[in-house]
Write a protein that binds this ligand. Structure first.
Ligand SMILES: [Zn+2]
Length: 190
């Protein structure tokens, strides 16, 4: 098999041995940019490098760059048998289908509805006296509060401070919450 120095010299360049380290280092003119000793070759590793134009590579790259060979013809020329890379099995493309729901929708909807009702009951019980006072003080009639489906919700129930906006209780969007100045919030079903 040709060493990188053999290939280089076959192209009419003179490679001068410049070092004995790493199995020997040779230098000569660069096939790409000329000069006298800027092109370095290491026959042991088959690598080459030009310190001027900074092209570099192996024997295959040399043949591609300076003899215009294709990768395949360079490989054949050198008699290199590169191991075939095992191709990763490509998974069959299949249309995506949503996984079967493990949480019955009706169950969650039922729980959410129960939650909303429980909150409404809280509001209209003794526990909600302060909240009702607040709401009526804002000009809302008891009938309107009931008709709007408002409920009382505590931070401990919804897992944190009650914020204004859509309310999520245990992964389920339950309703719309409105924060009040106090520690409680109001919940209204969608
Ligand atoms: Zn060069």
């Amino acid at each position: 098999m040709n060493t990188i120095v053999d290939l280089y010299q076959a192209d009419g360049y003179q490679a001068k041995r410049v070092a004995s380290t790493s199995g020997g280092e040779y230098a000569g003119p660069c096939p790409a940019c000329g000069g006298e000793d800027r092109f370095h070759l290491w026959p042991e590793t088959g690598r080459w490098w030009c310190r001027q134009c900074e092209k570099s590579g192996d024997a295959i790259q040399y043949l591609r760059d300076f003899r215009g060979m294709t990768f395949q013809s360079a490989k054949d020329y050198l008699g290199v048998d590169l191991p075939e890379r095992p191709r990763a099995a490509r998974p069959q493309t299949q249309p995506w289908t949503p996984p079967a729901s493990t949480t019955p929708r009706d169950l969650w909807a039922g729980k959410a509805a129960a939650m909303v009702k429980w909150c409404a009951d809280q509001l209209h019980s003794d526990a909600g006296a302060k909240a009702i006072t607040y709401l009526t003080g804002r000009g809302l009639a008891r009938e309107a509060i009931r008709a709007a489906g408002l409920g009382l919700i505590y931070p401990a129930i919804c897992g944190g401070p009650v914020r204004t906006g859509a309310l999520k209780v245990k992964s389920t969007w339950t309703g719309r919450a409105a924060a009040s100045p106090g520690a409680f919030g109001f919940l209204r079903a969608w």
